[in-house]
Design a protein. Structure first.
Length: 207
């Protein structure tokens, strides 16, 4: 019994807290489960009770194609990143408090250049980097992809399998590829209603 208890504690310390060796900043009660790939841990901040589940990939890149970057990933309090989540960061990714991510979600704040007239392979072209901001209490469905430059407002819901290429206002539901807003929450009637306006690329956390 004691031997098993010691083994369990050892596994927890090795897998759960070995990320301290990678200089990840942990809030109170935050944890990263086993089999998570972390790169550039010194650029990652986890809020209180933040949770990253197995087989996720969280990477901050200082160098890509000869370019130098200073990445930042801030994950708020009580955030849950489901299994196989991916965050790739060269610039800045901010996730607000209380967000919930299903499995296989992806957040990217960079993209390779795509100008064939340069005569340079895409891999070697200058990266296009844009900050990603996700507000508080958002629900991101299974296999959703959030692209560079996107802002998602507070309380928004992103449908499973959606590819978010434009910003989504607060209190909205967006679905599809590319994702479009289909519903807004009515605080007077306290229910979701069909959206009456097109989404705005510059909308962030406002009602």
């Amino acid at each position: 019994m004691v031997k098993n208890w010691i083994k369990a504690i050892s596994v927890k310390l090795y897998f759960g807290n070995s990320f301290f060796r990678k200089k990840v900043k942990f809030g109170r009660g935050a944890f990263i489960r086993e089999h998570v790939k972390i790169s550039g841990g010194k650029y990652i901040i986890l809020g209180d009770n933040a949770r990253i589940y197995p087989y996720s990939r969280i990477e901050c890149f200082e160098w890509i194609s000869g370019e130098k970057f200073t990445p930042k990933i801030r994950i708020g309090n009580n955030v849950c990143l489901g299994r196989h989540s991916t965050i790739l960061c060269c610039n800045e990714v901010n996730i607000g408090d209380d967000c919930l991510f299903a499995s296989y979600c992806t957040i990217i704040d960079e993209n390779h250049g795509m100008d064939p007239s340069l005569g340079i392979r895409y891999e070697a072209q200058k990266l296009d980097v844009k900050t990603v901001n996700i507000g508080k209490n958002c629900w991101i469905g299974e296999k959703a992809i959030i692209m560079p430059g996107v802002s998602i407002g507070d309380n928004a819901v992103i449908g499973a399998g959606s590819v978010v290429t434009k910003s989504v206002p607060a209190d909205s539901i967006a679905v599809g590829n590319p994702a479009r807003v289909i519903k807004k929450f009515d605080y007077i009637e306290k229910k979701w209603k069909k959206a009456e306006v097109e989404q705005d690329e510059n909308i962030s956390n406002r009602r």
